[in-house]
Ligand binder design. Structure first.
Ligand code: SF4
Length: 435
């Protein structure tokens, strides 16, 4: 385990029992152990012990917590960015079955990795994951780097993810600061201001570093139990893998106890020291992000079928959802085109009829998108004028990664085809019975 030789400048508090009132003024809080703006190593170590103890008893049994394999932990961390745990679990399990090693990922085709990611969104994540695996295979022979700076230099890995991998997989005292940890620390220490702002953010990172550094010291000062390849979570009470468990405990507390709304302070191991709880400001901290106004956008997609095959196309490199597949579509309302003109411009020829199939609503960042889907009828003699693309059956389309909205169209067409087959079987059966 890599150890720091120097504490990240933890200053001793000038007075004890300090908190902030509603106007941000310091108040004395006799009998209540709220933390001040500075906390001593001793104070933080006491919090670390409580966090480790709480984590040992309450951590959720998530599949990536049963391993120390840096590759498996890396995949989970990338999937968990902007995606909820319950969504990620089946994706992670399927991914690890299909690509169990870093070498398997590096050697997989882009189509395979996109298909395994289909539905998780933010596909730049999976492209970076693939690229980073290829770099590691080329440079380190497939051995995941253990040096923080080397991990940080990989595509798609920022300060948080590098800290998470190095602490969780290698038990290094590297801090993590995601949305959950920000919430816990901002409330615990009563930190004002935008957590992304320079001053508040630097303070939060500093605190996160203090916590994990104290966990490392605690582990160094505690006799180690017999080392195990993958210490179970209950070992957290014995301070084995303390950096790993401490960082996970902060994230876990923010995810299940110190939630954005209605946090369960009564069940929180840090409640006795929490500035926000003491000052009745739990719902106010951390300061909310300024919300950017949502932008409404409307698209139309056109389904063209030819003998059981559908016209689809692959999105080019360098655009949103690059390399994913979709049905021909265009943004509506631009240039004042009516639907027939839009269909002609999108398909390359004028359809003889348009039948509404469904509407799909979805969001990408702050864009609220309504996608109207039409079945376009195109005469046989005009089909050679259609835009280029690939003609494929729905079964072939199912094997490729579609954008999430167009994946829903594909599912809808498959459901329709299934219902049509059932109706036809029933009619056949009825005819047989009548005969
Ligand atoms: S006491 Fe409440 S607000 Fe404070 S850290 Fe715990 S859950 Fe969060």
């Amino acid at each position: 385990m890599r150890r720091t030789s120097k504490a990240p400048s933890i200053r001793e508090p000038r007075t004890a029992n300090r908190g902030l009132d509603r106007d941000g003024q310091r108040v004395q809080s006799p009998g209540f152990r709220v933390l001040g703006s500075d906390a001593s190593a001793k104070q933080i170590t006491a919090l670390v012990v409580r966090l480790l103890d709480w984590f040992a008893r309450h951590a959720r049994d998530l599949p990536w917590r049963r391993t120390r394999d840096p590759y498996a932990i890396w995949v989970s961390e990338i999937m968990l960015q902007q995606t909820q745990v319950k969504t990620v679990v089946p994706y992670w399990e399927r991914w690890m079955r299909a690509l169990p090693t870093l070498r398997a990922l590096a050697q997989a085709t882009p189509a395979t990795v996109h298909k395994l990611w289909e539905g998780l969104g933010y596909y730049v994540r999976v492209r970076n994951l693939h690229r980073a695996a290829q770099q590691i295979l080329a440079r380190n022979g497939g051995q995941f780097p253990q040096n923080y700076e080397e991990v940080l230099a990989l595509p798609g890995i920022g300060r948080y993810t590098a800290g998470a991998i190095c602490s969780i997989a290698f038990n290094q005292p590297t801090p993590v600061l995601d949305g959950n940890v920000v919430r816990v620390l901002a409330r615990l220490f009563g930190i004002e201001g935008d957590p992304r702002g320079r001053k508040a953010n630097a303070r939060l990172w500093h605190l996160a570093a203090q916590f994990v550094w104290c966990a490392a010291q605690l582990e160094a000062d505690t006799p180690r139990p017999t080392p195990r390849a993958t210490p179970p979570l209950s070992d957290a009470t014995h301070h084995s893998a303390a950096c790993s468990h401490l960082n996970q405990s902060l994230m876990e507390l923010g995810a299940v106890v110190c939630t954005p709304h209605k946090p369960q302070c009564a069940a929180c191991p840090l409640a006795g020291d929490c500035v926000a709880l003491h000052n009745g400001r739990v719902e106010e901290l951390p300061a909310p992000q300024p919300r950017r106004a949502a932008i409404a956008r409307r698209y139309a997609a056109f389904i063209v079928e030819r003998g059981g095959r559908f016209l689809v196309r692959q999105r080019p490199a360098g655009v949103v959802n690059a390399h994913l597949w979709e049905f021909p579509n265009a943004e509506a309302g631009k240039g004042g085109n009516d639907l027939a003109t839009l269909a002609e411009r999108t398909l390359g020829t004028k359809p003889t009829g348009l039948r509404e199939l469904c509407s799909i609503r979805h969001s990408i960042t702050r864009h609220r998108i309504k996608l109207d889907v039409y079945v376009a009828l195109v005469e046989m003699n005009l089909r050679r004028r259609l835009v280029s693309g690939r003609w494929m059956t729905l079964a072939e389309a199912e094997r490729l990664a579609f954008t999430s909205a167009h994946g829903k169209i594909r599912q809808r067409l498959m459901a329709q085809a299934g219902a049509a087959r059932t109706r036809s079987r029933r009619r056949g059966l009825a005819r047989t019975l009548d005969a």
